[in-house]
Write a protein that binds this ligand. Structure first.
Ligand SMILES: *Cc1c(COP(=O)(O)O)cnc(C)c1O
Length: 399
């Protein structure tokens, strides 16, 4: 959890600069804010880091996905292809936009596969909401080619993949819009926060307007601004943006330490016959937040996870049984339980989520263990972890 691993003086300095003014609001009030524009600075920092033409900071990663959908024109009744392996926010964003999620298969990339997407396309498909899981990019050459060929919009939920690149291009820039999260668990944290990126000016303006009650953000009289269309409040506060800014400046260092530590652990496991790794088209572009590896069977993966827990070794995620990251535990979705009626209730679900079979995704996620990489491990800690991991896996395989 690197974002929270490096946290201190720099974050406090940025927050204190905001607190020395009375303006915790990101827009206007130029005379009160004494020259501090933390949300704008955060946007500039991430735009530079990712190479995006436009970046727009907002209140959460979920809000960023909602903005990406809205700005891409995805809404009521639109079928959106989604993965069954993601943080639930991806699916919720489609549902609350009035859209209809269509689940497709993932593969060993841990992301939607070209074959999976192809099989899920119907005449009503409007978009693919691609999720770059566990810190690295999907198969972007294949997926962008397929979306272009079929005339389907590509939107990227890169909530877990800030710092991931594919052949030199940041995730989030392959389709119409991309979304990042700065929540507690991500590579950099703002406490709460998210960010929207795009290379298209029109899409950026739509997201900017949508995230703030339709404000055009033209001029300096907020009450008299034009409102080209309706929106909602997904604004980030200057306090959160201040933390996010200090954290964003740490990205290059975090990624380089992640990569070094991940490489070490991976080298320890590489020699074990039976262990394989998440497929990456561009390993250099990995943000290296997780070492993702496969055991030969789900049973063996569960045994390794149980042994790690028994020996008090933290860091292993087994998503197959996680309540928020894999479709198996989404009973509320399968029964379409929501606080209030959604479009999907009147339009009808495009698939029966309760009986839907996704054998490839089941097999992949069942065998998967995602080990969280820490940037601050000492060489001793790393060496011990490598030895322990290797021993436990070998013992389970031998038993
Ligand atoms: C974390 C995450 C989100 C949601 O981000 P929040 O900031 O917690 O709202 C969305 N999508 C994915 C893939 C995520 O991992």
């Amino acid at each position: 959890m690197p974002g929270t691993e490096f946290f201190g003086e720099e974050e406090r300095k940025e927050v204190n600069e905001v607190l020395q003014t009375t303006c915790l609001f990101r827009y206007n009030h130029d005379e009160l804010r004494q020259g501090h524009w933390k949300a704008k600075e955060l946007e500039a920092e991430i735009a530079q880091f990712t190479g995006a033409n436009y970046a727009h900071a907002i209140s959460s990663g979920s809000a960023a996905v909602a903005c990406a959908l809205a700005a891409s024109g995805i809404g009521h009744g639109d079928e959106v292809i989604v993965p069954p392996f993601t943080f639930l926010a991806t699916i919720e964003a489609v549902l609350y936009a009035g859209g209809l999620p269509v689940f497709a298969e993932i593969d060993e990339t841990l992301c939607l596969s070209v074959a999976g997407i192809k099989a899920a396309i119907t005449p009503k498909t409007k978009a693919v909401l691609l999720v770059h899981m566990c810190g690295a990019a999907a198969d972007m050459d294949g997926i962008t080619a397929l979306c272009n060929e079929k005339g389907i919009k590509l939107i990227e939920d890169a909530g877990q993949a800030l710092g991931a690149f594919y052949k030199g291009k940041s995730v989030g820039l392959f389709g119409t819009a991309g979304a990042f999260s700065f929540d507690f668990f991500k590579i950099t944290t703002a406490g709460e926060g998210g960010l929207f990126i795009t290379n298209d000016e029109e899409t950026y303006k739509k997201a900017d307007t949508f995230s703030d009650h339709g404000h055009s953000h033209v001029g300096d009289n907020r009450g008299m601004e034009p409102h080209p269309y309706l929106g909602f409040n997904f604004r980030i506060s200057e306090l959160h943006a201040a933390v996010g800014l200090a954290q964003a400046r740490r990205l290059p260092k975090i990624i380089s330490l992640n990569k070094k530590n991940k490489r070490y652990l991976k080298d320890q496991l590489r020699t074990i016959e039976g262990v394989t790794f998440r497929r990456m088209e561009d390993e250099e572009g990995d943000s290296a937040t997780f070492l993702n590896f496969f055991m030969p069977t789900p049973e063996l993966a569960q045994q390794v996870v149980a042994r790690l827990a028994k020996e008090g070794i933290g860091g292993a995620n087994y998503w197959h049984t996680n309540m928020y990251h894999f479709i198996n535990q989404w009973g509320h979705l399968k029964e379409l339980k929501s606080a209030a009626p959604l479009a999907i209730h009147s339009l009808g679900a495009p698939q029966d989520y309760a009986t839907l079979e996704l054998p490839k995704s089941q097999e992949v996620v069942g065998r998967l263990i995602s080990f969280g990489i820490r940037a601050t491990w000492s060489q001793d800690e790393l060496a011990k972890l490598g030895t322990d991991l290797k021993r436990i896996i070998e013992e389970v395989l031998a038993s």
